[in-house]
Design a protein around this ligand. Sequence first.
Ligand SMILES: Nc1ncnc2c1ncn2[C@@H]1O[C@H](COP(=O)(O)OP(=O)(O)OP(=O)(O)O)[C@@H](O)[C@H]1O
Ligand SMILES: [Mg+2]
Length: 227
Amino acid sequence: MTGSPLLVAADLHKSYGPTPALEGASLAVWAGEVVAIMGPSGSGKSTLLHCLAGIVVPDSGQVRYDGRELSGMPDAARSALRRTRFGFVFQFGQLVPELTCVENVALPLRLERVPRREAERRAAQWLDRLEVGDVAGKRPGEVSGGQGQRVAVARALVTTPQVVFADEPTGALDSLNGERVMRLLTAAARETGAAVVLVTHEPRVAGYSDREVVVRDGRTRDLERTW
Ligand SMILES: Nc1ncnc2c1ncn2[C@@H]1O[C@H](COP(=O)(O)OP(=O)(O)OP(=O)(O)O)[C@@H](O)[C@H]1O
Ligand SMILES: [Mg+2]
């Protein structure tokens, strides 16, 4: 990998009360690459992802996105960054139950003040790309788990983010649906040039990544510390 990384976490430490979650985690993500974060339950994977995404502020260490230190940013700037540059997919979709699927996907655009008609047109295109165009008018409670996750992926990508963070996006799916979500997520990310930071327990899911990073006891040594 050449050039400077898009996102860098350096020597992160984070405790929840007496419980250490990160004890020296470092990771660099280059534009457009798909990185899988693996490791045992409780090892700190989600905490690391949340620190990288500016959701959790580490006790010490640095997170830099595009040369800017996240912890030095005012909250409003950090949330603007999350809204415009980052996309998120979680284990259980986290779609808004009262909205239809197309409205869910359009929501991040609406928050950026894109007019409704244009936002829903772009949302519908993303649903088609994720092969769930047929559920556009349904509510999340009326679609299958696999369909719901593909809607969630569409919502994460609709703003064409620089980085998509996915925490066990296939954790609640059977293997066939999990593969389909991963195939569509990684294909769409490669097309748009988005990097993907993916937490997973499943080697099969990690197989869709360019690179795997293992977290153990809150520590990761990114093997390619070239930055
Ligand atoms: N909000 C929280 N409050 C208290 N402790 C927490 C919190 N979040 C995480 N922890 C603790 O921090 C450690 C790391 O948790 P984390 O969720 O990052 O692990 P993980 O690798 O994602 O695990 P899993 O694979 O089970 O999702 C664990 O000991 C966990 O109990
Ligand atoms: Mg986790």
